[in-house]
Write a protein that binds this ligand. Structure first.
Ligand code: NAD
Ligand code: IPM
Ligand code: MG
Length: 352
């Protein structure tokens, strides 16, 4: 009997189930016949599930999910204008609850422009960087409130929480990753000219951790300027480390410049391995194209590669990445008007 990998699958809403079906095809194929058996357990969660049951993420479901080796996640959430579901309830009480409860402090989001893929930038150059987005702190923690007076005096706050412990562990992770890469360069992105409390903590932490990595160079950009350089000179980036909210925004932009959000993969990683890590496309449930087989499953499939890598199945991870690279390089256009499952099948065909 060989290895078994035990994966929780949360397909979610909208295009989530469509892209996860292709990711699962790839996962099964790449491990089949090898030493590894894949055990998959589906969990029904998300906006549709909430409409049916009123459940976001029950404690017993969370406890069951904790027992798996890793989680493959599609996307959750309703259309922004859907009034049946309070905005944010699924994102906060399900998705972010998973990221926080499983201590996913590294939100890893690679950005690579594959040969043959057209970037919307006139001169993209070579784009190959990773964003190490902090995953458990910042303005995402829910430390806020409102005084809903119904008058102009209404108040709403959303406080960003940054701990020395949380910042240090993610900054050290970014330096470790940079040390393994060819260019060995870290860029801190923040806004310390205005957010002086959090920004200065991040900056001091980078200076401190940098001492441990003399071979890694580092620089700093304010987040507004970083968006300029992502458009005008993205090849300057190697490893970006940044807080939860800036990382969310920059990684949608990173997806856009590298051929579209349908290609952007991510890992919510618990580097201490105390709980399972979770792998998901950067994109959301895309209600505008859901149920039409129009979604590109490549981001979900590349998320499988990140998952395999994290689980130590490095050869399998490389095989998936190479198949994706081959497949997307041969595309005339981003999806060539093929269906979600036709793209999945084309990638599977290249795994053999
Ligand atoms: N991790 C997640 O589960 C996650 C991430 C982002 C947004 N959301 C949620 O998803 C819902 C929709 O959010 P949104 O519209 O802001 O963002 P989105 O990422 O779902 O969609 C943005 C645009 O990108 C397109 N797109 C997304 N994925 C694609 C794919 N694989 N192939 C082709 N085109 C793709 C969509 O059609 C849309 O035009 C919201 O409820 C939001 O909260 C969830
Ligand atoms: C849906 C939302 C909570 C999530 C985030 O902001 O992290 C999404 O935008 C993402 O990028 O994964
Ligand atoms: Mg996002």
């Amino acid at each position: 009997m060989g290895n078994v990998i035990d994966i929780a699958v949360i397909s979610g809403d909208g295009i989530g189930p469509e892209v996860v079906a292709e990711a699962v095809k790839v996962l099964k194929f790449v491990t089949n016949g090898g030493k590894t058996e894949v055990k998959l357990t589906d969990y029904k969660l998300g906006a549709e599930h909430w409409l049916e049951t009123g459940e976001t993420l029950p404690e017993e479901t969370l406890e069951a999910i904790k027992k798996h080796d890793a989680i493959l996640f599609g996307a959750v959430g309703a259309a922004p204008g859907d009034t049946r579901i309070p905005s944010g309830i699924i994102e906060r009480e399900m998705l972010l609850k998973l990221r926080f409860s499983l201590d996913h402090f590294v939100n890893l989001r690679p950005a690579k422009l594959y040969p043959g893929i057209e970037s919307p930038l006139a001169n993209p150059g070579e784009i190959d960087f990773v964003v190490v987005r902090e995953g458990t702190e910042g303005p995402y923690v829910g430390n806020g409130g409102s005084v809903r007076t119904g008058t102009v005096h209404e108040i709403a706050t959303e406080v960003s929480v940054n701990t020395a412990y949380g910042v240090e562990r993610v900054v050290r992770d970014a330096f470790r990753r940079a040390a393994e890469r060819e260019r060995k360069h870290v860029t801190l992105v923040h806004k310390h000219n205005v957010l002086v409390h959090a920004g200065h903590l991040w900056k001091r932490t980078v200076e401190m951790v940098a001492q441990e990595f003399p071979e890694v160079t580092h620089d700093y950009l304010h987040v507004d300027a970083a968006t300029i350089f992502l458009t005008t000179d993205p090849s300057r980036f190697d490893v970006i480390v940044t807080d939860n909210l800036f990382g969310d925004i920059l990684t949608d932009q990173a997806g856009a410049i590298t051929g579209g959000i349908g290609l952007a993969a991510s890992g919510n990683i618990n580097m201490d391995r105390t709980y399972p890590s979770m792998f998901e496309p950067v994109h959301g449930s895309a209600p505008d194209i859901a149920g039409q087989q129009k979604a590109d499953p490549t981001a979900a499939i590349l998320s499988v590669a990140l998952m395999l890598d994290h689980l130590g199945l490095v050869d399998e991870a490389r095989t998936v990445e190479q198949a994706v690279e081959k497949e997307i390089t041969s595309r005339q256009e981003l999806t060539d008007n093929r269906t979600t499952s036709e793209i999945g099948d084309a990638i599977v065909a290249l795994l053999a």
